[in-house]
Design a protein around this ligand. Sequence first.
Ligand SMILES: Nc1nc2c(c(=O)[nH]1)N[C@H]1C(S)=C(S)[C@@H](COP(=O)(O)OP(=O)(O)OC[C@H]3O[C@@H](n4cnc5c(=O)[nH]c(N)nc54)[C@H](O)[C@@H]3O)O[C@H]1N2
Ligand SMILES: Nc1nc2c(c(=O)[nH]1)N[C@H]1C(S)=C(S)[C@@H](COP(=O)(O)OP(=O)(O)OC[C@H]3O[C@@H](n4cnc5c(=O)[nH]c(N)nc54)[C@H](O)[C@@H]3O)O[C@H]1N2
Ligand code: SF4
Ligand SMILES: [Mo]
Length: 675
Amino acid sequence: MVSYEKTICPYCSCGCGIYLVIEDGKIIGQEPQSDHPVNEGGNCPKGRNAYQFLYSEDRLKTPLIRKNGTLVESTWDEALDLIASKLKEAGKNEFGLLASGKNTNEDAYVLQKFTRVVMGTNNVEYCGRLCHSSTAAGLGPVVGSGVMPISQLDLESADCVFLAGINLKETFPLMARRVMRAKENGAKVIVVDPRRTVTARELGDIHLQLKIGTDVAVINALMKIILDEGLENKEFIESRTTGIDELRKYLSSLSLEELAETCEIPIGTLQEAARCFAKAKTGSVLYNQGVNQHTTGSDAIRALASLALIAGQYGRPGTGLSPTRGQINGEGTGDMGCLNVFYPGFQKVGTGAHEKFEKLWDVENLPAEPGLPYTKMIQQTKYMWIVGTNPMMAAPDVDNVREALKAKEFLVVQDIYLTETAELAHVVLPVATWVEREGIHAYVDRRVQKIEKLIEAPGSAKPDWWVVVEVAERMGYKEKFDFSSPREIFEEIRQVVPPYKGITYERLKEALGGIQWPCPTEDHPGTSTFFTEKFNTPDGLGHLQVVEYRPPAELTDSEYPYFLTTGRTIFHYHTGTMSRRTPKLDSEVSYAQCQINPKDASSENIRNGQKVTLRTRRGSVEAEALISEQVPEGLVFLPFHFSESCANKITNPVLDPTCGMPEYKVCAVKLEVSK
Ligand SMILES: Nc1nc2c(c(=O)[nH]1)N[C@H]1C(S)=C(S)[C@@H](COP(=O)(O)OP(=O)(O)OC[C@H]3O[C@@H](n4cnc5c(=O)[nH]c(N)nc54)[C@H](O)[C@@H]3O)O[C@H]1N2
Ligand SMILES: Nc1nc2c(c(=O)[nH]1)N[C@H]1C(S)=C(S)[C@@H](COP(=O)(O)OP(=O)(O)OC[C@H]3O[C@@H](n4cnc5c(=O)[nH]c(N)nc54)[C@H](O)[C@@H]3O)O[C@H]1N2
Ligand code: SF4
Ligand SMILES: [Mo]
């Protein structure tokens, strides 16, 4: 029997629709969904090769327990009993849990509830800390909310799109298509990126090719030009913002020449970009890791939001500053409270949230102090449960991560493969993923869509939520985790997370393209545009910010003469677990290529395709040289998808002090031809 079933792509947070062809319980083919509003019949290479990873021979099928130093197969009962008994030994703040951007909302909700109710701590985090923690810290003080304020569909109506530190064509390809459509209607695209990426080449009209780590200087220059030329939106500033006098005063104390020198962009190009953005009717800013992943990421975001405010580019469809969380459920896992300072629904620890949840969950003594952020949790806890994240590749300075994980009293890892992280665990649990279980995700623009269960998981693999319920029961909390299906969990979510109240499984079945939260009632259509009347700040106004430029933490010198930046390529996804098990994706690129400018290659005597060693103050890795004009002189780019060339062996683990974001995007490196 062959059937065609709709689902959503398992990779990025655009949330494109696809059809799967299923024969006798096995997926045998796929095609893009033509009536899905996000992708309208298109899919990128990852989306076109979406399901092969499920059938990789090395999927985990049985729980594993470490015995005499080796991981051996066990039963679920043995593994779950062991976990429960070990976790009972953990002191209150000795335990930490990392959830996943791959979890469904239902999984994420029970994971954080377990951490808070059973373990009594706010030590719960997920990859969002490494992805958009600078957004919460940066946008909170300015507009009071750190989510995308529009619908990705409305990007098409923009007449100026400002792409800051985001390589849209490779990382959100179907959003790039929408920007391409805006261009066809006459929009201008400004790209801020130190590399001449495919996005800068193919989408950009103006490329602000800044010196790495100088976004604050660029944005200050743009705001200064706008104010000096009287291009600001006076009415918007007057009625909807505060702080213009301080901002004006600060910017007038800066010299445009000096700012241009700092960011190494000609004044004329900065003027062209400033005028284009300020004069646009509908100006939209998308930003991502090129802005976030710095010790100054939250600063740059405060400045960017101020830029959008003085230009009056907020509060209408297609406008505003959009953070672009990239994991399939990067938004939802945060919405559910898998962050050390937020209970579900972004109710902040320290503002009485624990008391509210004590009532809602009918429990006592919920933690009222913030927990540890992702990287500190790895270093400072004794007992850890890691669910669907791979810090041995994704966290900075993995040599230190390895030591910390090896020293754990007890480490449980729950994944679909034996990842670099799982190899270090005392117990490894096999889970069902994607269409092997059901549940909802919130995609980049708060678009809530449901994944249906379409096939069986391999071996005895179980959904993430099931594991939590079983452990909670064994630890004496059956009554608080009395869930026998995702639907039951979702019904509780609807009760305690107000923006999800009006969303039901039934509605999601019907709603093509999902429903954007907040959706307060069952007859509410969902909310596409934020801030139409006021911002989410206590006084409803946008708070303009004075932000001073600070250089990155590690600069080049005679020993480490190049800047190293790390990031993504179109064919691979993060730590490679899924895309490298997809033959068509892996055959496109199966090893790390490090981009080196032709002039630098020539001065280091490096030929294209040669093995080079990249050495930083943390250590060294080898990669193949790709001599390319994509990088300017003095800058080297390394993707972080390949364990043999693990980028995070050498990145700088220094954190943005306001939010704990690692500076993945800049450190100093030297290059040598490998012996
Ligand atoms: N193919 C693919 N797509 C993905 C993912 C993936 O792994 N693979 N991951 C998803 C996830 S979770 C995320 S968060 C997104 C990430 O999406 P992006 O943020 O677009 O991806 P990155 O490659 O990390 O970084 C983007 C750009 O930042 C630039 N950059 C580096 N330093 C600076 C700087 O100082 N200033 C500025 N302005 N730019 C700088 C880099 O040159 C790079 O082109 O992608 C999502 N989509
Ligand atoms: N150098 C450098 N490092 C970075 C970045 C960078 O730009 N440069 N970017 C950072 C960013 S933005 C992000 S978002 C992080 C991503 O970091 P991670 O989220 O740690 O990376 P992934 O490879 O996506 O890991 C997801 C894991 O979940 C597993 N998995 C898949 N489906 C399921 C499921 O249903 N359940 C469970 N339990 N597991 C599942 C996968 O096999 C994989 O091991 O990396 C960060 N690290
Ligand atoms: S753009 Fe994202 S969601 Fe769409 S097909 Fe590509 S990876 Fe999948
Ligand atoms: Mo991310």
